[in-house]
Design a protein around this ligand. Structure first.
Ligand code: GLA
Length: 376
């Protein structure tokens, strides 16, 4: 690690910060850490700052492994925080918005809070009407993750016990956050199990490329590399159909403002109160492919999303209602942020025709997603 950058990173933090030694120089990344709060049970929560040499800065807290802030330059080099979140732990403990959090064991919904795997039925706690959302009421977003600095970034680990939130098998989870000199935030997820189980990990960051708290995202132009999406029922559980987007408000194959069609009379938009659906990504030969590109015309900021995953939950913050006061006391109103949750399709454990989310002992779950920031 570049010691000078390390010192700069340290200076930027408030009292109590500790510079870590030995971080990677591959991306001349500086990593520093400071306390972020204490859990009701006494566990300490830390904030890690990952900072590259281009002025991009990502703060991650060990509670929920949540991305607390992303500072990225606009077309004139002005830096703003483009991720919704809170200034203190209390904010995270008392809201259900999943701001920036790591989501597991199962991102998005499992219908009727249960599934059958290898002939055995598993019952999960329901936390979204009759369904299980984002791994249940005590999902991975509610845990304090163990943190360690690794070459190029931050490693977070969690051991989810056999039976945790109803899921079988002890799951060993590792998530590595890296910030590259190309202003990419890379998230690498791995998991192993000791019994057959299902896994679908993602990150629930809300972005506003004009700056968090700077109004709604309706002017942002979105391109999604997807010819189909998975329509849902009124409980937001996929019907099983892979429906062409052509001729619907779900067609983002060409860059289109989020607000252009969001309030059209459409059963699917009505169910989601806007966009809250999984798009079936065009994968070509598989591997890492571009999922999305978002452009905010005033700042010129661009977010590209690349992923190994087959799906993307594009959610437009329809449930934000202005009652939440985030960082700097700013209000997060309806559609004040959008999420790009790379994932396997919702309810896959109950949809044999969807790509499988099963993980068996001896196998390693491994997915990668990159959020790349630029400006034009
Ligand atoms: C996901 C879901 C939404 C909502 C948010 C969190 O994106 O699909 O319906 O629950 O998480 O508010």
């Amino acid at each position: 690690m570049n010691r000078f950058l390390g010192a700069v990173g340290l200076a930027a933090l408030s009292t109590g910060a500790v510079a870590l030694s030995g971080s990677a120089d591959a991306a001349s990344l500086s990593v520093s850490v400071k306390p972020f709060g204490t859990m009701p049970d006494g566990q300490a929560v830390q904030l890690y700052r990952l900072e590259n040499s281009n002025g991009m800065e990502v703060d991650v807290i060990t509670y929920g492994g949540a991305i607390q802030s992303i500072k990225a330059p606009d077309k004139d080099g002005r830096v703003a925080d483009v991720a919704l979140g809170f200034d203190n732990l209390d904010g995270y403990l008392h809201t259900d918005t999943y701001f920036g959090a790591l989501i597991g064991r199962y991102g998005n919904r499992i219908g009727h809070a249960g599934f059958t795997l290898e002939g055995k039925a598993y019952k999960l706690p329901a936390n979204d009407a009759a369904n299980t959302l984002h791994g249940g009421p005590q999902g991975f977003d509610k845990h304090v993750w163990k943190a360690a600095e690794v070459p190029g970034g931050l490693e977070l680990t969690l051991v989810s016990k056999d039976g945790d939130e109803g899921f079988p098998g002890t799951l060993n989870v590792k998530v590595v956050y890296t910030v590259t000199d190309k202003n990419e935030l890379k998230i690498d997820y791995t998991a192993t199990t000791d019994k057959p189980t299902v896994v679908n990990l993602t990150n629930h960051s809300y972005f506003n490329l004009a700056g968090a708290g700077e109004g709604d995202v309706l002017q942002h132009q979105v391109m999604l590399n997807a010819d189909r999406f998975t329509p849902v029922d009124s409980g937001l559980i996929p019907t099983g159909e892979l429906k062409p987007v052509k001729g619907t408000p779900f067609d983002f194959t060409k860059a289109t403002a989020i607000g252009a069609r969001i309030d059209q009379k459409d059963e699917q938009l009505n169910f989601g109160k806007g966009y809250d659906h999984n798009w079936v990504l065009n994968k070509g030969n598989g591997g890492m492919t571009k999922a999305a590109e978002v452009y905010e015309p005033n700042s010129g900021r661009v977010l590209e999303v690349l992923t190994t995953e087959p799906g993307l939950q594009f959610y437009t913050g329809n449930f934000l209602d202005g009652s939440i006061h985030g960082k700097g006391g700013k209000t997060y109103g309806r559609r004040g942020g959008f999420c790009m949750e790379t994932q396997h399709y919702p309810d896959s454990p109950n949809k044999p025709s969807f790509p499988s989310t099963e993980l068996k002992p001896g196998q390693t779950y491994h997915t990668t997603t990159v959020y790349r920031f630029s400006a034009r």
